[in-house]
Write a protein that binds this ligand. Structure first.
Ligand SMILES: NC(=O)c1ccc[n+]([C@@H]2O[C@H](COP(=O)([O-])OP(=O)(O)OC[C@H]3O[C@@H](n4cnc5c(N)ncnc54)[C@H](OP(=O)(O)O)[C@@H]3O)[C@@H](O)[C@H]2O)c1
Length: 355
């Protein structure tokens, strides 16, 4: 029996995780948390808002599935990694913001870090046990979002309703907007760097409109391996929760005779500068990814509220990165202070841009 704590139980990942837990009698939901939506009776222990680490202390889970959205998930990520409790990680923002601390805690704690992001779950499976020196590079695929093929000029007037109409994945609002700006792929680039210990120059992003190939690994002998599947988050959620068994799911296997289109092309960094901003923040290191993430969270919320135009998102992120110092963080308190400062500056820049 595996005792699961599900954080972010009311979200898109959380609801799909509940389906997986219900299908597997060997998975027991011992704790569930949400931000503000009531969840009485969902698990033995439930919590709405508040300090997630207190819930985890009480629940003593074998696996934490962190499906909270945003920086708010960071304390729970560190809680699991420090204690060597297996962490099934959907909350990419915690690894982006606190990558150095998280990797140190992971080494110290010695537990498993199982990615739930579909591209990283794919890469984890492709890299499985292979010596790092045999790997040439990792390729992450991006659907390109609803605005694939748009020029920068086309993007000036797009609305949040248009941004929320993702062509291949059904997800929460924040990640759907991140997919439309390609910031999601930028966050995933940083996430992959910390998960797999690969330098940024050996992680590439390509646009692949059908989202059937989730990731590829090129090896030093010229061979590449790819991970394929229909875009359905229940597959990586199930893989992480039932690892290493790879339990059965009800999801359709790929139909290769139905005309699969495997097309890849380079992303348009002029129309979608968030990807380049994330790569630059990753290269800069220290707390630049934390500042990038905080500014993005503020700008995306303002876009969803109809205050900031779509192209204001990269603008706010770039300007915030130009105005906030990004020193190394010694602990969670340092990161929390830098996150707060970046949010303060990003909010002020957002108000400036709007008026
Ligand atoms: N959706 C996907 O397909 C997908 C794919 C890959 C990765 N991810 C990642 O998975 C994470 C969740 O994404 P999502 O699409 O599931 O988001 P979502 O639908 O917006 O759900 C977010 C969840 O987080 C909870 N939450 C927010 N703030 C919280 C807090 N302070 N304390 C406790 N819970 C809090 C929300 O609770 P309330 O309902 O009460 O607000 C909700 O349950 C994100 O990091 C995203 O990048 C998602």
């Amino acid at each position: 029996m595996k005792r699961i704590a599900l954080l972010g139980a009311t979200g898109s990942i959380g609801r799909q995780a509940l389906e997986i837990v219900q299908e597997h009698p060997e998975l027991e939901l011992v704790a569930a948390a949400s931000g503000s939506t009531p969840i009485d009776g969902l698990a033995q222990l439930t919590q709405v808002g508040g300090d997630l680490t207190e819930l985890l202390d009480r629940a003593e889970p074998d696996v934490v599935l962190n499906a909270v959205v945003g920086f708010a998930g960071l304390p729970a990520t560190l809680w699991a990694l420090e204690r060597g409790v297996d962490l099934a990680l959907a909350n990419k923002e915690s690894l982006v913001s606190g990558g150095d601390l998280a990797v140190a805690a992971w080494r110290e704690g010695g537990g498993r870090l199982l990615p739930v992001d579909s591209e990283h779950s794919a890469a984890f499976q492709l890299l499985d046990g292979r010596p790092p020196e045999t790997v040439d590079s990792l390729v992450l695929t991006a659907s390109g979002g609803p605005f694939r093929g748009h020029s920068r000029a086309d993007l000036a007037e797009v609305t949040s309703a248009e941004a929320l109409a993702h062509p291949t994945w059904s997800m929460g609002p924040k990640i759907t907007v991140d997919s439309a700006t390609l910031m999601n792929k930028g966050l995933e680039l940083i996430e992959a760097h910390f998960l797999f210990g690969l330098p940024y120059e050996r992680i590439e992003v390509v646009v692949h409109p059908t989202s059937v190939v989730h990731a590829l690994v090129r090896f030093r002998d010229g061979a590449s391996l790819a991970h394929l599947g229909y875009p359905d988050m229940r597959v990586p959620i199930s893989y992480a929760l039932t690892y290493p068994e790879r339990a059965e799911t009800s999801i359709e296997p790929l139909d290769f005779a139905a005309g699969l289109i495997l097309e890849f092309r380079a992303p348009d960094l002029d129309a979608f500068p968030c990807l380049a901003l994330a790569r630059a923040a990753g290269d800069a290191g220290d707390t630049a990814p934390c500042v990038l993430n905080a500014a993005n969270e503020v700008a995306v919320a303002a876009f969803l509220d109809g205050e900031l135009p779509f192209l204001g998102i990269p603008d706010v992120v770039e300007r915030t990165l130009g105005q906030v110092d990004c020193p190394p963080a010694r602990d969670l308190a340092d990161l929390t202070a830098i996150d707060a400062e970046a949010r303060r500056i990003a909010s002020a820049l957002t108000r400036e841009l709007v008026h």
